[in-house]
Design a protein around this ligand. Sequence first.
Ligand code: C2G
Length: 130
Amino acid sequence: MKKVITYGTYDLLHQGHINLLKRAKELGDYLIVGVTNDSFDRERGKLNVRNNVLERVDAVKATGYADQIVIEDYVGQKIDDIQKYNVDIFAIGSDWEGKFDFLKEEGVAVVYLPRTPEISTTQIKQELHK
Ligand code: C2G
């Protein structure tokens, strides 16, 4: 069984996230989605997240693409998860191109999936303020 893992915040879940999850799932047989917890997001400079971690987990669950959801708590967790869950493929959006190549050392394939243009959480927040 081919296991795929991907990570994200998934705040105000939108079509861009859904497309990413669908494409990630299609890369293998079993998709693990890592959802960042609130304190880890603040730590990495994402200060304006609207949905709390439980809401974001529920939103990812509702897409129907995740076979398993884990919470991402700390910087080195991706390596730990890859080993712990015996992951074959690490997938992430193309806005991260090159940034996760170091994970290949863990024996996974690293795939950058095309980002959906013209939709983002930032844009949705701006629309909400109008
Ligand atoms: N995404 C996309 N198209 C968009 C917006 C987002 O394909 N229009 C993808 C991103 O590339 C990412 C996933 O959706 O793969 C989740 O995006 P975010 O919630 O913004 O999470 P991010 O900050 O990219 O978290 O350490 C890596 C992070 O955990 C990834």
